[in-house]
Design a protein around this ligand. Structure first.
Ligand code: SIN
Ligand code: MN
Length: 224
């Protein structure tokens, strides 16, 4: 049977997951792309992290607030030039807090304490043509606050699975330019990934050409 590709509905596709279609307006999309490009340049160029087996990931990344490399956070770019991680931008944190406030209206279980959400890291991922992200859990954070994911550019298929393992059951949620996903609560430690971009969906207006930009905003729970 073909994988289930969900329609673009604002209801929660999975318990603990809220989808906010088109939540990022056109001006914010462009701003995000421009700022991400500048952050990439300011950090010596987006870096391609290497997984445990030494293979390069297919996305290029920049960390704001904290640098992330498989599989930990650091205040310095330990697998790159050793420089300090760029500061976490307050406006990105505010945007993520607003997204959580809206997400709990769609799916209350995404956050036990939405007002307590205190993000301190944003991970910027660039997906060029053919890029993907394998099934993984976001478990380098010490707290269970939700993950907020902003998508701009080409449509990415966001595969959202279960906490037991990388296999089925999963749902495939097409994330279009401007879509926001918030996951938390019972889904916080579920496996997820991006098996592919959908060809022919580049967003001509935002300037990630070709490809997709994804920014996940999280609360690490780490001190200092
Ligand atoms: C991630 O899981 O960190 C990124 C997800 C995405 O690109 O949509
Ligand atoms: Mn993830």
């Amino acid at each position: 049977m073909a994988d289930r590709l969900l329609p673009r509905v604002p209801e929660a596709p999975v318990v603990g997951v809220a989808l906010l279609p088109g939540w990022l307006g056109p001006a914010v999309r462009v701003e995000l792309v421009e700022r991400c490009r500048a952050w990439g340049e300011a950090s010596g160029g987006p870096r391609v992290p290497r997984m445990r087996n030494g293979a390069p990931m297919s996305v290029a990344m920049v960390g704001l607030g904290w640098h992330w490399y498989p599989y930990r956070y650091s205040r310095t770019r330990d697998d790159g030039d050793g420089g300090p991680a760029l500061p976490f931008p307050g406006w990105v944190g505010d945007l993520a807090k607003r997204a959580v406030a809206d997400a709990v209206l769609v799916e209350p279980s995404v956050a036990e304490d939405p007002n307590g959400f205190a993000p301190d890291v944003a991970l910027v991922n660039w997906y060029g043509p053919g890029a993907k992200m394998g099934m993984h859990i976001d478990d380098d954070e010490l707290v269970t606050a939700p993950v907020v994911s902003f998508s701009v550019g080409a449509t990415g298929v966001f595969r959202f699975g279960n906490p037991e393992g990388r296999g089925r059951p999963w749902v495939d949620i097409p994330l279009e330019s401007g879509d926001v996903v918030v996951f938390g609560g019972p889904a916080r430690l579920a496996y997820h990934g991006v098996p592919r971009l959908v060809p022919g969906t580049d967003d001509q207006a935002v300037g990630v050409l070709p490809g997709r930009l994804n920014v996940t905003v999280r609360q690490t729970g780490l001190a200092g």
